[in-house]
Structure formats: C-alpha cells, structure tokens
Design a protein around this ligand. Structure first.
Ligand code: FES
Length: 576
C-alpha cells in the first residue's frame, strides 16, 4: 500500500523537496491544510458541473460535500473544482455544440493538476457524456455520482413529466384543447425540486447508461436529487474512489466492449433516449473501443422495452426508483443472459454481484423480459438511399401504424422556414404526408439541435391528428415522442441525400426492414446533386469555428476528429 501511495501521480507535485515542491504545497497551505495531508495519500478531484445557469445541476455543490466526507473518511485528500456547466434549457443554439468543449475542459483540468482519481458530478443531458469523455481521455480511476431526477411534477391532481407533458400541452394549446393560462399554470408545478428532468429523457437515460456501463455505485443513478439517499450514495462514492486509486482501477478497465454492449441492452430495456447512441459512440472512441450504430441495432433488436416511463409510457423516475430502479432491469438482463454479468464495475464487483439482491416493488412500472411493457424496439437504425450512413428512429415512442408508411414529402429547408409555415392554413399538407426538415445537422445548424420532433402543421392538429412521420438530420429530446426519423447521415448541409429531397417526392419508411428510401430515379438525384451547393455554417473565429471545422457526423458520435483516442495521464512538464 505504501508503494502504491508513493507511485501516486500526485507525488510528482507533492513528493518533492525542491523549489517546486515548496510552491505546490505552500500555496495550498493558505487553506489551512496540515503538512501530513501531503504524505502520499490519494488526491481526489471532485469535478463539479454545478451552475446557476444549469438548473438540473445546481444542487451538485451540496452533493460534493457528501463526496468529500467519504474521501476524508477513507484517507484521501479531496479537491472540488469547477468546470463549465451546460444546461439544456437555456443555451443556444444547443448544448450539443458545447459537449465536446466541456469534455476538453475536464480533460485538461485533470491532466494539469496533481490528481490521482476523480469523482464526476453529472446531471443535465450533456454533462454526463462530456464528463465521461473527458475522464476517459485521461484514464485516471474515475467514478460518477449522477445528480438524480427532480421529484414528479404535480399539477391539478395528476403527475406531469418534464418535457413530455410540455410537448403535449403546447400541442394542446395550438389545437385549442387547453387554454394558455392552463399552460402557464403548469410551469411551476412541473419543476418543483432540484434535479434533472424526471421522464426517461436524455438525462435519466444517461444516468442509467452510467449505471449500465458500471461507472457508478449500483442502484444510485435514479435516486431523486432531494432524497437523502443521494447524499449517502455520494458519501459511499467518496469512500470508493479512494479504494479505486489504491487498486489502480482506471476508467479504461471499466469501459470495455462488454460494458458498452451491456449499456446498449440496458438502453433498449428502459426505452432510453436516441441521444445515448451519439454519446456512447463518442465515448467509445475516446477509449478505443470499436462501436458503431449497427451495434446498436443488432444488440437492441431482441430486447423489448420493459419500463413504463414517459415518454414511452406513464410513470416517472421517482416511481422507477421506488420500484427498485435499474438493478431490477439489470437483474432481468443478467438472468436471461442478455448482458455480460461478469463485467467488473467501479464497485469492484461484477454486474451479477451488484444486482443479485434486486427486487421489483412495482410491476406496473418495471415489467419483465418475459412480460414486456412494449414489444416495439427501443430504437432502430435505418438505411437506404436517403440515409446511406444511417438514421435512427425510436419505435417505442412512435405511433405503431406509422412505422411502415409511404408519403409525399413536404420540405422545410430550414428550421426558420418551418416555423414560418407550420401555422399556415394554406400549407399543402395532409396527414399522410412526410415532413422533412433540412439544415439541422452538426455542421448545418450548427450543433445538431433537438428539433426533430418539430410541431405538426396547425391544420393537421385541428383534425385531431397527433402524429406524422417527420425526417431530419437533427436530434430529438429524450423526453419527446412521435414517428420521428433522426440523425440522418450524412447531413444535408454537406450534401447528404436529404439535401436533394423536394416537395412532392415520395418517401418510404419501413422500420421492420430498417429501410428509408427516397423514391426518385437515380438519374434525377444525380441531376439535383450536380446543382447542389454545400451550405455548412461558416465562422470567422472562436469556438464555433473550431466546432464546424472538426465535428464529425452523428454516426461517429459528433466528437471532434482530433479528440478520438486518449492522451492518458502522463504528468505534463513543470511550470518553472
Ligand atoms: Fe436538464 Fe432536462 S433540462 S435534464
């Protein structure tokens, strides 16, 4: 143990007797640290993504205090540090544009400082993949405390879910089913405690992905943010990271191919967000694990949705936690041989050991593989001449009758054009049409915003229709629903076939056969391609320029081309 402590990375800073060692210790001592804290014990960073501008993560500074307690108790030396926080609801054009920046912030902070291990405090959608990606690039012992969901929304005697009910109610206002005042009254009732969206949106999905990958203590991701058990989990995580450093259990030993396969199957079973595909492919790229969108389709195919949570179903994350949470789902997957039960997680134990005692306390919330909640797959990867590099749909959240559909294209060249025309009573559209949105991909918008579940035309809503096939190169909020084809690759702005679709073209969607076809002769498509001029966004300076010049397409996880692979934790040259 003494040897292990002496080989800790932090000794390169604190184990010296020269001028540098003096400087590294002395300035820190202005915080009142006794000399023996620099004796070689594990130095643990607590990466805090809390920000008043990121409401889903605002409580994480409290969580950090509990992590600290555990670290002290186990004989570690904790340092809380901030990084940028990215909040889904406020940032424009979209937080997706800043996920890679946040990952770089964490990566560089970890490598530049005397840290032996790190606890990652995550919450809102992109903060989880950003932190995992940053930590994976450095490869220290790393563990996550996921901030947890808000309590269920409560409005006029019923539960309402973040995002999902907002989409529903905003369509109800447009269709004249509820008043604007009803809509406004729901605001406070929906978000009534700290925490992230409490539907099975992207934040909840990514929390479950963390647990499915084996990157947090079992059963902790779904604990509501305000439940005292969240602080217990944080405390225990603080203890555990010190052990992980002593055992040299690095993130690369946890994020194996088996871990990703487990997570993909978990995502199918929970009916998770399509955004998980992009984030996990990007994460796999950082640790050198081969993973592509076809893996998602292949590994998800046999797994039905067994969780009855919005947007696929009825309940919310609080109910999921009280029903037993993800360990119940994972036990079912382990018992049926659908996941790698022997995979060793950050708990130091295998998946099978982690979930051996799991019990289901509410079979209306968590069903089983033997008696699933929905037989439709959680997601499907489509290919065809409209999406040669793939596209994604979430069948469990779509109207089943639309999963096989042929319709006339109604095309919107930009998101702005869509919003201009969608209320127009003269728009040439009927319920069988297929709505196509261009210019919303990684380089075209930029940032690939969550606009794929765009509103239906008002005249269609007024007919009582609630779903239509929609196709775009954008993403969709994990809280949203509908027959929505997303992530069309390559995107239209760089000349993907989506750019060639015109009003009146016929499009065929055949989810069972994983097909997305533009029924236009090849010669005509070649003629249109000849006339097309690529139109990615162009920036003169700054991060936006870096982003559009280096972001890869959705099938590659939208990571930057220069961030693929890891740089490791080698100690940089000193500052004197
Ligand atoms: Fe942060 Fe939904 S807005 S998780």
């Amino acid at each position: 143990m003494a040897d292990r402590m002496n080989s800790n990375r932090s000794r390169e800073w604190f184990g010296r007797t020269d001028l540098l060692g003096f400087a590294y210790r002395s300035w820190l001592k202005n915080q009142g640290w006794p000399a023996d804290l620099f004796d070689g014990r594990p130095v643990i960073g607590i990466a805090n993504s809390a920000s008043d501008l990121s409401p889903c993560n605002a409580h994480l500074t409290d969580v950090a205090e509990s992590v600290k307690r555990g670290i002290w108790e186990a004989g570690g030396f904790p340092f809380v540090f901030p990084t940028m926080g990215i909040g889904e609801t406020l940032m424009r054009p979209t937080t997706m544009m800043f996920r890679n920046l946040m990952s770089m912030d964490l990566e560089e902070t970890l490598r530049a400082n005397p840290l032996d291990g790190v606890v990652l405090l995550t919450g809102c959608d992109k903060t989880t993949p950003a932190y995992l990606m940053g930590a994976a690039s450095v490869d220290l012992p790393s563990i996550v405390v996921h901030g947890g969901p808000m309590l269920n929304g409560k409005f006029r005697g019923r539960d309402i879910g973040s995002g999902t009910d907002v989409w529903r109610m905003s369509e109800d206002v447009r269709a004249g089913n509820i008043t604007l005042q009803d809509f406004m009254d729901a605001e406070q009732a929906m978000s009534r405690s700290p925490g992230h969206c409490m539907t099975m949106g992207t934040a909840s999905t990514m929390g479950n992905m963390v647990e499915g990958l084996g990157m947090c203590l079992p059963g902790t991701a779904a604990i509501p943010a305000v439940d005292s058990r969240k602080k217990v989990a944080a405390h225990l995580t603080g203890r555990r990271i010190v052990e992980m450093v002593k055992q040299d259990q690095r993130i690369s030993t946890v994020l194996t191919r088996e871990a990703f396969e487990n997570a993909i199957r978990v995502n199918a079973a929970i009916g998770g967000s399509t955004n998980a595909i992009i984030h996990l492919i990007a994460l796999a790229g950082r640790v050198g694990v081969p993973l592509d969108i076809d893996d998602w389709d292949r590994l998800s195919r046999e797994i039905p949705c067994i969780v009855n949570l919005q947007p696929n179903g009825e309940y919310l994350m609080e109910d999921f936690y009280y029903a037993g949470g993800l360990p119940v789902v994972m036990k079912d997957l382990v018992d049926s041989g659908q996941v790698h039960g022997q995979h060793v997680t950050v708990s130091g134990r295998s998946v099978a050991e982690n979930v051996a005692e799991a019990r289901n306390f509410n079979d209306q919330v968590i069903y089983s593989l033997a008696k699933p909640f929905k037989t439709e797959n959680g997601l499907a990867v489509l290919r065809g001449n409209l999406a040669p590099d793939g596209a994604v749909i979430k069948p469990s959240a779509a109207t089943p009758e639309l999963l096989q559909h042929r319709g006339r294209a109604v095309v919107f060249e930009t998101n702005e054009e869509l919003h201009e025309k969608i209320e127009d009573p003269d728009l040439d559209v009927d319920p069988d049409c297929i709505l196509v949105l261009k210019g919303a991909g990684p380089r075209g918008y930029p940032g690939m915003p969550e606009v794929g579940n765009f509103p239906l035309p008002k005249k269609i809503l007024e007919q009582g229709v609630t779903d239509m096939v929609r196709i775009s190169d954008s993403r969709m909020s994990g809280t949203a629903y509908g027959a929505v084809v997303l992530h069309v690759c390559p995107e239209s702005a760089i000349g993907g076939p989506l750019a060639l679709v015109q009003n009146g073209d016929m499009i065929e969607l055949d989810v069972a056969n994983r097909r997305l076809h533009l029924d236009v002769p090849d010669a005509e498509l070649a003629r249109r391609r000849e006339a097309f001029t690529p139109n990615p966004q162009v920036y003169e300076r700054g991060y936006a320029q870096l982003y559009v010049n280096h972001v890869m397409q959705a099938d590659k996880g939208c990571d930057f081309d220069f961030l693929v692979g890891a740089s490791g934790s080698a100690v940089p040259r000193p500052n004197h």
